[in-house]
Design a protein around this ligand. Structure first.
Ligand SMILES: [Zn+2]
Length: 158
């Protein structure tokens, strides 16, 4: 690739606690201390954490929340549309994304990193493609590409 456009996502600003409380209530969930703490940890961790990573962060905030509780809370966030589950390789741990805006993912098989990727030109290309070609009886409303590979620049340190 020769062009060097920066397609990384705009920095995601973690919401305040009162905003988190609001988000939970708006999503129809009870804003318990546990849920607020778990949602806060999720939004503060970058790189699409696993439930285990969220759990570790929650414990850092002085609390005795179990991993099972974290899993349950995360699943309720996903069901309520507050959080997205990221598609990863078969058998890999579930990963969560607090950023529900439309974006694509680059998955690095070496480091297991999931990097957000945005490119309006690519989105326009895909929209145009399906607008002319169609998808049988299917009307696409959103799409997210999952691109698997490895970071070449991370290995080539000359
Ligand atoms: Zn993402």
């Amino acid at each position: 690739m020769s062009h060097s456009t920066d397609n990384t996502h705009l920095p995601f600003t973690p919401p305040t606690r009162s905003r988190l409380r609001e988000l939970l209530v708006q999503a129809g969930l009870r804003a318990t201390q546990q849920r607020i703490l778990i949602l806060e940890s999720l939004t503060q961790l970058s790189g699409h954490p696993t439930a285990e990573q969220v759990h570790r962060a929650v414990l850092g905030a002085s609390s005795s929340i179990s991993l099972g509780t974290v899993y349950k809370a995360l699943d309720s966030f996903v069901a309520a549309g507050l959080t997205k589950r990221v598609a990863v390789a078969e058998g890999a741990s579930r990963r969560y994304d607090a950023d529900c805006s439309e974006h694509h993912h680059l998955f690095c098989t070496d480091t297991q990193e999931i990097i957000d990727y945005c490119d309006p030109q690519l989105d326009a290309l895909i929209r145009d493609f399906f607008a002319t070609r169609g998808l049988r009886n299917f009307q696409p409303t959103s799409f997210s590409l999952h691109i698997t590979g490895s970071r070449r620049d991370a290995q080539r340190n000359e």
